[in-house]
Design a binder for this molecule. Structure first.
Ligand SMILES: Cc1ncc(C[n+]2csc(CCOP(=O)(O)OP(=O)(O)O)c2C)c(N)n1
Ligand SMILES: [Mg+2]
Length: 339
């Protein structure tokens, strides 16, 4: 496997990336933990039959979105696939509204009518949540076009998977984005599988960061299990786009611990492979190690964060079960834009 994470001690982390301030690092730990606990709870509620339809968990990939959101500023846009709960939480969307959407309740972001794959927040500049593989890539490119056309200095983070990187529409988007120098960061979350198909079985050019070469788009391969490595790469990418240099590709080497969706028994990979990633490269454990070995914080402070996160998630789960189902009349609303 290429460059997926290394077990990090504080010295290695210092070499790999400049250490941030203690409160920043603790913030990354907290934000990754929030996503992890949210997803675990969503998995539980799904198992209890409280969530219907599709549900794709982000567990294992938390460092990617948390590290990149740490580089974002107000007005920067985010768009992604169906594996989207982590992105919503990282943009600051309310865990209650996200969880209630999963349970199909009126308190959800799409009033319970969209479910896991179809949530949006104009306020947080989160543009979905897309179930069609690769569909978010031309849409994200369009968001970046709008940012440039309106003369903002915002950027778009357009996330897609290794499997999606083989979609034709990705290359049409690359062409236009480079031609018009659009401020879009194409984030390829290479978790090494597209459903049950590994990158090596499906990709003639498995180094996905090179996929923009024929358009003149620069690409970087990044350890997506290390929030610090992600942040460092993100800062370069954001500065690149804000300076008007056009798009850039970040291939994040990452891993999902759970199946593709809740119905995937994941027979295409061994338990050893998964366990090795979890025990040696886990992004949250790595952040914890950095925090403790560099003495940025202590066990008590981490316990307080764990408790805070647990409470938020429990409240979100309660809200998601108490909020009523949408009234049948809701079938007729939100179909078209209502003036
Ligand atoms: C156009 C299209 N083709 C096929 C599918 C079925 N499908 C859903 S997810 C998926 C795999 C995508 O893998 P990847 O892009 O690596 O994302 P990941 O699930 O690993 O996050 C496929 C083939 C789909 N939703 N849309
Ligand atoms: Mg994948």
């Amino acid at each position: 496997m290429a460059k997926a994470g290394k077990a990090v001690d504080a010295t290695a982390a210092k070499k790999a990336a400049k250490l941030p301030q203690a409160d920043e690092m603790l913030g990354y730990y907290r934000d990754m933990l929030l996503i992890r606990r949210f997803e675990e709870k969503a998995g539980q509620l799904y198992g209890m039959g409280l969530i219907g339809g599709f549900c794709h968990l982000y567990i294992g990939q938390e460092a990617v979105v948390v590290g990149l959101q740490a580089c974002a500023k107000l007005g920067d846009a985010v768009i992604t696939s169906y594996r989207d709960h982590g992105h919503m939480l990282a943009t600051g969307m309310d865990p209650k509204g996200v969880m209630a959407e999963l349970t199909g309740r009126i308190g959800g972001y799409s009033k319970g009518k969209g479910g896991s794959m179809h949530m949006f927040s104009r306020e947080k500049h989160f543009y979905g949540g897309h179930g069609i593989v690769g569909a978010q890539v031309p849409l994200g490119t369009g968001l970046a076009f709008s940012q440039k056309y309106k003369k903002t200095d915002n950027v778009t983070f357009c996330y897609f998977g290794d499997g999606s990187a083989n979609q034709g529409q990705v290359y049409e988007s690359f062409n236009m984005a480079e031609l018009w120098k659009l401020p879009v960061i194409y984030v390829i979350e290479n978790n090494q599988y597209a459903m049950g198909t590994s990158v090596s079985r499906s990709s003639a050019q498995p180094a996905l960061y090179k996929r923009g070469e024929s358009f003149g788009i620069t690409g970087r391969q990044v350890d997506g299990m290390s929030v610090l490595a992600v942040k460092e790469a993100g800062e370069e990418a954001v500065a690149w786009c804000r300076a008007g240099k056009g798009p850039i590709i970040l291939e994040m080497m990452t891993y999902r611990y759970r199946g593709h969706s809740m119905s995937d028994p994941a027979k295409y990979r061994s338990k050893d492979e998964v366990n090795k990633m979890r025990s040696e490269h886990d992004p949250i454990d790595q952040a914890r190690n950095v925090l403790l070995t560099s003495k940025m914080t202590d066990e008590d402070a981490l316990k307080a964060v764990d408790k805070e996160v647990k409470d938020i998630i429990q409240k979100a789960a309660d809200f998601a079960q108490e909020s009523p189902e949408p009234d049948p009349s809701e079938l007729w609303t939100d179909v078209y834009v209502e003036a």
